[in-house]
Design a protein around this ligand. Structure first.
Ligand code: SF4
Length: 76
């Protein structure tokens, strides 16, 4: 947790469980926080670059991040 952008994260201090919902249907609370976050895009790109498999990052669930990867591969 050393990257500078993490210091601006809207999720700082919030219970991590919120960001690791059991299913995508329970992702609403985390997504609402991400939508207000100043570093959302940086966070999402970090998660994509690091192939983060679990949790909500940058407002995207794991399934949504997989979709982004697929779309980028197609357009590359
Ligand atoms: S986008 Fe969401 S998960 Fe990422 S730093 Fe912001 S609040 Fe946290």
């Amino acid at each position: 947790m050393s990257a500078t952008w993490r210091k601006q994260a809207a999720c700082r201090g919030i219970d991590a469980d919120v960001f690791y919902p059991v299913s995508d249907d329970d992702a609403g609370a985390a997504k609402a926080i991400c939508s207000q976050c100043a570093v959302r895009e940086t966070c999402l790109e970090w998660a994509l670059a690091n192939r983060e498999r679990e949790g909500i990052w940058g407002g995207a669930t794991e399934r949504e991040r997989r979709r982004i990867h697929r779309q980028r591969r197609k357009s590359a």
